[in-house]
Design a protein around this ligand. Structure first.
Ligand code: 8MY
Length: 285
């Protein structure tokens, strides 16, 4: 269910950091087509050898990404296994993960943020139509293919990355670190994710996007208390935005909006031009 790539056709360049249980490197893959040698720039995502028991879930994520294609879904070329190394070979996305970009770029406009949120809603809708659950939607798993260039009228372009190791495979402590992105009902039953779980995570991710990648919970917050007390993330001063995030992050999953409603509400959140000046979240959060 996915393409296997020969280890000797891969070349490792610089390390680009690490996700949870994985290390990522810039690299190249070589393939020989119609007698010619083609070299492609790739992202090599290595599963940590001390988590090799998760290799099935790691490759499940790869096959998940290989089975469907959408303009806002990351392309996965295939996988390579060499000794105790499990490697997922992905398209190299120029500007990397959105969580770091949000933290770095402090003056992103509200229309930039709205545009990115709409792209995420679009791929969320596509996944729901394909009855596919991602299970790990967050700014860390959004990749920035193209920066905006207002002078050329070029808007940002994002892709959703693979979901990584299935949350059911992860220990309790790791699941705790997924609060507040993981839906509350998934804490108790991480092995039966629903489309509603992805909507909860969508709400938390939109919150991140509009909050410049600031951490949703203060370090001193005990994660499980947040759900026990049915707490919400600090609301935006932009009421319509706060309402949408609040609907997606309903503790009662029946109250979470359909993807169509999410898209409709995002489209009605027109940037009335002047809301770029006032802060959508006040600075103390
Ligand atoms: N400096 C810098 C820099 C770093 C990465 C990229 N590119 C890229 N391409 C992908 N296909 C996936 C990722 N990821 C990054 C985190 C995760 C975790 O999921 N993936 N980064 C480009 C520049």
């Amino acid at each position: 269910q996915f393409h296997t790539i020969k280890y000797e056709d891969l070349k490792w360049d610089e390390s680009l950091g690490q996700g949870s249980f994985t290390r990522i490197f810039k690299g190249e893959k070589t393939d020989y087509r119609d007698g010619e040698k083609h070299t492609t720039e790739v992202l090599l995502k290595e599963l940590d050898p001390d988590h090799k028991n998760c290799w099935e879930s790691f490759f499940e994520a790869a096959s998940f990404m290989s089975q469907i294609s959408h303009k806002h879904l990351l392309h996965v070329y295939g996988v390579s296994v060499h000794g105790d190394k499990n490697i997922m070979v992905q398209e190299f996305v120029k500007h990397g993960a959105l969580d770091l970009y949000l933290k770095r770029e402090k003056s992103l406009s509200v229309s930039w943020k709205l545009n990115v949120a709409k792209q995420l809603a679009c791929v969320l809708n596509f996944l729901e139509e394909q009855s596919i659950i991602h299970g790990n939607i967050c700014a860390k798993n959004l990749l920035l293919v193209r920066e905006e260039d207002p002078s050329q009228g070029i808007s940002p372009f994002i892709k959703l990355s693979d979901p990584g190791i299935n949350v059911a495979m992860l220990g309790k402590d790791v699941i705790m670190h997924r609060i507040p992105w993981i839906a509350p009902e998934s804490l108790a039953a991480p092995d039966n994710l629903t489309h509603e779980c992805d909507k909860w995570s969508f709400g938390a991710t939109v919150w991140e996007i509009f909050n410049n990648g600031n951490p949703p919970l203060q370090d001193n917050t005990k994660p499980h208390v947040f759900y026990e007390n049915k707490q919400q993330l600090p609301p935006s001063q932009w009421t319509e935005l706060a309402d949408l995030i609040g609907q997606c992050m309903s503790y009662d999953l029946a109250f979470r909006p359909s993807c169509r409603s999410i898209i409709r509400q995002l489209n009605s959140l027109v940037t009335s031009g002047n809301n770029d000046d006032h802060t959508v979240f006040d600075e103390r959060y």
